[in-house]
Ligand binder design. Structure first.
Ligand code: TXA
Ligand code: MG
Length: 366
């Protein structure tokens, strides 16, 4: 319906980055690479430009945006005060996957914060993104560059799939290194509250701040989350998903069992012939260990689309592959997903937060 032509930019020259910077300043939408996921960037001081972000994503407009800056110095005009704790956090973790919220100054439009009194700020650890942010010269509002509710994009191709015809430019710098979004924390005098778990873990934050807690909603799911975005169904693949967590042997057994059960339930109601025609693929997201334990009966069967992310101890590898795997399953048109999760430790907290949502809380501990 729109007449926007989306241009993909690779290996940008300095001149091109300056051009993209001007485009953002002038109200255009540019997808930008970061170390976590691709962002959908717009001028963070221009309410109309930010309206276009909400329109392109189909995102509820009460959900505030993160303002991206090239360095800690740049937050000064955007906040009432750079507190000691905020300074410590920035010294320790910027550039990097940590977003801090602080009481906003009048310079920050309500459009950026969804009317909240705090603004979310982040300085990505990504060379080209940094150069672009310098070229823009104003803070860049950037949510993840996916259609609202879909898995976040970790490659420029994923961005293109969702945003072609909706935004002016995609700056392609290959796959994101981390693969899950930044940790979001609310900063208090000598304490922080984790609103969204991410690449910077609770343990890491505890090395610089005396008191670190999770927003009670993250633990109980019973109160209203302080990061408005956390209340929405997020990161959902197109088909139902179950996540299994536990010892590799138990996970392999549980997945086998689940596959047998789904087979017999079809057998009960249909003739063998109709199974062949209606049955489509099941997606399996597995560690190398569980892949091997399942055996070639399953892993060679064309009915199963297996993605192996790495060793079951390699949480970083799972974080890196998770969203991409969901998108590959969507593309393959799988009817069900069975995935291996991890313990909620370290970056496992961030991974399981996403896996729980993708599975609609269908997580089975075995
Ligand atoms: O890694 C990331 O953070 C990526 C990349 C592109 O930087 N961005 C990202 O943005 O994940 P988004 O919009 O998809 O998620 C931002 C989260 C939402 O849950 C939002 O509700 C929360 O941060 N948030 C933003 N501003 C806030 C504020 N002032 N107070 C509380 N939560 C806020
Ligand atoms: Mg998002």
């Amino acid at each position: 319906k729109s007449d926007i032509i989306t241009q993909v930019v690779q290996e940008p020259s300095r001149g091109m980055l300056i051009q993209l910077g001007a485009a953002i300043r002038n109200g255009k939408l540019v997808a930008i690479p970061t170390e976590t996921v691709y962002g959908l960037g717009a001028n963070g001081l221009d309410p109309e430009a930010m309206d276009r972000i909400y329109a392109a994503k189909g995102r509820p407009s009460d959900n505030p945006l993160i303002l991206h800056v090239p360095d800690a110095e740049s937050i000064k005009p955007l906040v009432l005060e750079v507190t000691k704790t905020a300074q410590k956090l920035m010294d320790a973790f910027w550039p990097g996957p940590l977003t801090i919220t602080l009481p906003k100054s009048d310079l920050v439009p309500d459009r950026a914060t969804g009317g909240l009194p705090r603004v979310a700020l982040r300085c990505p650890d990504h060379a080209i993104c940094h150069e672009l942010l310098v070229a823009v010269g104003v803070p860049v509002a950037a949510p993840s560059a996916n259609i609202s509710g879909r898995p976040s994009p970790t490659t420029a191709e994923d961005v293109y799939h969702d945003m072609n015809g909706r935004i002016e430019y995609i700056l392609d710098d290959g796959p994101c290194t981390i693969g899950v979004e930044s940790t979001v924390v609310e900063v208090h005098d000598d304490a922080v509250t984790i609103l969204r778990p991410g690449g910077i873990t609770k343990e890491m934050l505890e090395t610089v701040v005396a008191h670190v807690d999770y927003d009670p909603n993250l633990v109980t799911g019973k109160t209203v989350p302080k990061a408005p975005g956390m209340k929405y169904k997020h990161y959902a693949p197109d088909s139902p998903m179950i996540t299994f967590v536990g010892d590799d042997r138990n996970v392999a057994e549980a997945i086998k069992q689940s596959l047998i059960e789904s087979d017999t339930s079809l057998l009960d109601t249909q003739t063998k012939h109709s199974i062949r025609t209606v049955q489509s693929k099941i997606g399996l997201l597995l560690s190398q260990e569980v892949f091997e334990l399942l055996g070639s009966d399953i892993t060679d069967d064309k009915q199963y689309y297996c993605i192996v992310y790495g060793s079951s101890l390699d949480y970083v590898a799972l974080a890196h592959s998770f969203y991409k795997s969901l998108l590959l399953f969507n593309e393959a048109g799988v009817t069900r997903i069975l995935a291996q999760g991890v313990l909620s430790e370290g970056i496992g907290v961030a991974i399981m937060n996403r896996m729980e949502k993708a599975s609609n809380k269908h997580v089975i501990y075995v």
